[in-house]
Structure formats: C-alpha cells, structure tokens
Design a binder for this molecule. Structure first.
Ligand code: SF4
Ligand code: SF4
Length: 367
C-alpha cells in the first residue's frame, strides 16, 4: 500500500488516542548506534539486537554486527541446532565485541548440561554471555531452586556469564517473579505496540528493580507492512517499543540485509510523531491475525490452555510464512493440539482472532 501523507493523515485521524507518547529517547547525538546498560549485567548493548532465529546466512548477520549491533539472540533448538552454528560463523574473529544470548530448556541437570555444551560447541565459543530458560510461564518455574543451582554451577565453571528467562505467556507473573526472586538477570519478553498498558508498567517496574529487559515480537510477527511517506509500520513498531521506559534492547528477526538496513534506519532516525498514526493503521491491519501476547485467553479457556500456542504457530505459518519454524515450535506447543481437538471455542480473543480456526488450520498444515 502506498498513500500520500495528507491522505494518510485524513484516513487515520481520530485513531491515535489509544497510544501513549514516547518515554525514553532513542537516537544517539552523534548518529551512532544507541546503546543501553542491560540491567544488573552492567553490560552496554546496542538498542537494536539481532534476532537470528530464521537467518541462515552468516554474512547477513555479520552485516548487522558491522553496522554496530552488539547483541545477538539465538537458541539451541532454532533450525534444529543449525542456527547456533550460523551465529558462530558470523561472530568468528569478533567474539569479544558481541554479546551472545542463547537458550536452554528447563530439565534434568544432565539434559541442561548437554544442551549448554552443545551450544558452546555449535557457537564455537568457550562461554556464552546469557543463557536463558526457554518459555517460562509461571512463578513456580522462576522460583525452582534446583534449576538455579544448575545454572549457578555452570556460571562458576565459566560456561555462562549471566542467566535469564524468556516468556510468551503469563508474562506479568513471570516479570514479577523474576524481580522478587532476584536470581535471573534478564527477561526476554514478547511486547509490541498492541500490548496492554499493564505489561508496559510491569516492564518498567522490573527494569527499575535491576532486571535487563529484551523485547521480542516487536513487529507483530512478520505480517506485511504498509509503505508510507517516511517510516513504514514495521520501523514505527520497533521505535515504539524502544522508546518505552525500561526496555533495553530489542531482537527483531532479520533474514536479509534489507531488513537489517530497515531496522538500522528506524533506530538511527530522529523524531517520530508520525509513528503514532502508522501504528494505529498497522493495528487495524493486524486485527484478527496476530497475537498480542496479552494472555487474556488463558483464564477464559475451559481447559486452561488458551489460544496462545495455536495462534503463535498460525503466526509462523501465516505471518513469517515459515513451515519449518512452525513445525519446530509445534513440538513445544502442547496447547495447539488441545485447541485443534477442542469441540468449540468459547474464548473472546482481545485481537478478534478465531482461535479454533487458527488451531485447526495450523494442525492440518503441519500434519
Ligand atoms: S479452542 Fe478450546 S482449548 Fe483452545 S482456547 Fe478455545 S476453548 Fe480453550
Ligand atoms: S487473547 Fe488473543 S491476543 Fe491475547 S494471548 Fe490469547 S490469542 Fe493472543
């Protein structure tokens, strides 16, 4: 879509009231990559991090690193383990100027140790900067002292510098628990311009408590952006999150040099009032399609699962158009099966998504 500014402003007039205004400045005075201290890790990282999950070309990642990105996010299970090897090739020779964050699934000591050792070997490093527990969704998981002891031992052995968690559901509970418990240094949280104000409030509070906050799903899951006179809606969405108080860096997925350059242009740009108009238009485009990770469906669901797993897999298929990624994620998305086999959905999704249809369609495509 391409429209003139005047026509665009006319079309979107009156829609802006739902958005809040910027809370922290983004652009660096000298036009270099802005950077922030990642909570109590004390490490200064670029506000634009590299979400490597879907990127299969080390030279694309290296292009981003050469432009000033210093934070890179990967995981043991992305691309069946191949993604960490790709990241390893991208950081070869410049390891000391990159903060590497990867992930491990909570489990027995033997399983966690073997996963971490595999990550080190795939990345070609002796230590990772941040090891995050995948997909936390409850206070009980955060407070698990057995898992904390395993991570602490690996810190003492020099295999990991810091420990963090990632979350997609019950995010507020997870953030509160991390802050209260005090063991984990960071939280990777799904947050974007459609997230509820209460999530932004707890993020700010948690960051004030010393926890590093990394944002993911900032651009709402790969759905196409409109083309507008100055910034496109993906760029505006990235800026919006990075301007929110408490967010230290974001890790949008970047598959190509074009995506890297587009995100770089977004964070290096000064000003941005027009962002607010773009985001309301983008919000309307995403209605009925993209999950806002509000967790509102969990309490409503008679089986206690909610639609998040199903809608997230549908997003990988429909937004990212990545069947491989959807298949990989489906292994850990137990709620997808429950929703696909459910006799009928009684949940009202805050984003107007038909959860049952998303689940049935995704399950059929993955079968
Ligand atoms: S489809 Fe069924 S299981 Fe899934 S969220 Fe709706 S009510 Fe819950
Ligand atoms: S209610 Fe809708 S938007 Fe919110 S988490 Fe559930 S599926 Fe996602």
């Amino acid at each position: 879509m391409s429209i003139g500014r005047r026509e665009f402003l006319k079309k979107t007039a009156g829609l802006v009231g739902t958005l809040v205004f910027p809370g922290q400045a983004l652009a660096a005075a000298d036009n270099s990559m802005p950077a922030r201290i990642l909570g109590r890790t004390g490490v200064r990282v670029s506000v634009l991090g590299y979400g490597a999950m879907q990127c299969s070309d080390p030279s694309t990642i290296r292009h981003g690193l050469d432009q000033g990105i210093t934070y890179i996010d990967t995981a043991d299970c992305y691309m069946g383990g191949r993604n960490e090897k790709i990241v390893g090739r991208a950081v070869a020779g410049i390891r000391d100027r990159v903060f590497i964050a990867t992930k491990v699934h909570m489990g027995s000591e033997a399983r966690m140790r073997s996963s971490v050792d595999r990550s080190l070997s795939s990345l070609g490093v002796t230590s990772v900067d941040l090891m995050q527990l995948h997909g936390m969704s409850s206070r009980r998981q955060i407070e698990d002292k057995g898992v904390q002891r395993i991570l602490e031992a690996m810190k003492a052995e020099g295999k990991i510098r810091f420990a963090g968690v990632t979350t997609h559901s019950n995010q507020r509970e997870v953030l509160e628990a991390v802050m209260a418990d005090g063991f984990y240094d960071t939280v990777l949280v799904a947050v974007n311009f459609r997230s509820p104000p209460a999530l932004f409030e707890i993020i700010e509070k948690t960051a004030r408590g010393g926890v590093g906050i990394i944002a993911m799903k900032t651009q709402s899951g790969g759905f196409p952006s409109g083309t507008y006179p100055e910034l496109n809606s993906h760029q505006s969405a990235l800026r919006f999150v990075l301007e929110r108080p408490g967010i230290h860096t974001a890790v949008p997925g970047m598959l190509s040099r074009r995506m890297v350059d587009e995100n770089l242009a977004a964070v290096l740009r000064k000003g941005g009032l027009s962002d607010l108009f773009l985001l309301d238009a983008f919000r309307a485009d995403l209605m009925g399609k993209a999950c806002a990770f509000c967790s509102g469906c969990i309490d409503q669901c008679r089986y206690g699962v909610g639609g998040l797993d199903a809608v997230r897999i549908a997003m990988y298929l429909d937004g990212y158009k990545d069947l491989r990624l959807a298949s990989e994620r489906a292994v850990f998305a137990s709620g997808l099966k429950v929703c696909a086999e459910c006799e009928g959905c009684t949940v009202e999704c805050s984003q107007g998504i038909d959860i049952k249809t998303a689940a049935s369609t995704s399950a059929a495509l993955l079968a």
